[in-house]
Design a binder for this molecule. Structure first.
Ligand code: FES
Ligand SMILES: [Fe+2]
Length: 342
């Protein structure tokens, strides 16, 4: 194996990764995977998220088959219970003269629930770095749509796809913009910013703007800056003043990746709306949640087809070199390699 082979590169564990959406963790334990690690998420009696290695130290079965008893997670097999530090606190059939097994501990993970998602830190020092902020999530002027991307392929294929706006060709009618041209790239050891000029189909500044979604004839192409940023390990994009998109990564293995794509439409231009009671604005925000679902899911489907084919082609012939005209790709690959070495 070539050690510089980007499709063989690992992750830098000293970052916050997104392993689930908040609403996915209810009253039952939830199994998630992050870079070869099987993890169980659950809510304690206060609703706070806890994360443990998904393995009962008794017989190595998954704790995610069990259930939550107050602050503890109970294994389905023999009912042993574990606290949020991963320590065994109860063996139900222990006799009075028997003690709980010593050092019977599984790994606990640092985990946070923020902006609608569960963020997990698989590395050593969670206090040195903060999860990526998503201020639009609770902002009443932004309407969110979330699409899950789950594909069989290395995470580098997805970030390359997201940073190379020349692939707008693939999406044709589904894309909000066209004719992207790369202006410049800025890169440091933690991020790559690529600045494109594009033509956008949408202006969300009139109450009837929404009809542009349904009647293509109403759309007028106009220039807008299109910026995409790889803020390791996640991705953020803005198109003019009206759209902001995040892609939150959860690399699972060398050949499997999950990510959450969050699309925000801005209502900032509707100043009259801002004067209405907060309660009503919350109602509107919730009512419109998911309004771009069909569009977003359609984009994801097209991208996944391409990315999985890239992975397949790589597995068949890892020596095959492609041709590349977009210098953003080289910047991303450099960043991934540098992060792994850290
Ligand atoms: S395997 Fe978990 S309690 Fe026995
Ligand atoms: Fe795409």
């Amino acid at each position: 194996m070539n050690s510089n082979d980007i499709r063989q590169s690992g992750i830098n564990p000293n970052h916050w990764y997104v392993v689930a959406a908040s609403h996915e963790v209810k009253t039952q334990p939830l199994e998630v995977k992050l870079w070869h690690q099987n993890i169980v998420l659950f809510r304690d009696s206060l609703g706070k998220i806890q994360a443990l290695e998904n393995r009962c130290p008794h017989r190595q079965v998954k704790l995610s088959h069990g259930k939550i008893i107050s602050d503890y997670i109970e294994c389905a097999y023999h009912g042993w219970q574990f606290n949020s530090q991963g320590e065994c606190v109860k063996v139900p059939y222990l006799e009075d003269n028997q003690k709980l097994p010593k050092n019977c501990k599984i790994r606990e993970y640092s985990v946070k629930e923020l902006d609608g998602f569960i963020w997990l830190f698989p590395g050593d020092n969670p206090n040195l770095i903060q999860p990526l902020a998503i201020p639009e999530w609770d902002n009443l002027n932004y309407i969110a749509t979330v699409s899950v991307i789950h594909y069989q392929g290395h995470f580098s294929f997805l970030i390359e796809n997201l940073m190379d706006m020349y692939h707008g060709h693939l999406h044709q009618d589904l894309q909000a913009w066209t004719d992207a041209i790369l202006d410049k790239i800025e890169a440091d050891e933690n991020r790559v910013d690529a600045y494109y000029q594009a033509k956008s189909y949408y202006k969300i500044d009139k109450i009837w703007s929404i009809s542009q979604l349904f009647f293509p004839g109403l759309r007028k192409l106009h220039p807008e800056p299109l910026t995409v940023s790889y803020i390791y390990p996640h991705w953020v994009s803005t198109l003019g003043d009206y759209f902001k998109i995040y892609c939150l990564f959860c690399p699972i293995s060398l050949t499997e990746t999950k990510a959450y794509l969050i699309h925000f439409t801005s209502l900032n231009a509707f100043w009259r709306l801002h004067k209405l009671p907060i309660k009503f604005r919350k109602f509107v925000k919730n009512l419109c949640f998911g309004s771009a679902q069909k569009l977003l899911d359609g984009l994801v489907k097209q991208d996944v087809l391409m990315i999985e084919e890239e992975q397949q082609a790589y597995l068949q012939n890892s020596q095959q070199k492609g041709y590349e005209f977009n210098p953003t790709i080289a910047s991303i690959q450099r960043l991934i390699n540098n992060q792994v070495e850290k």
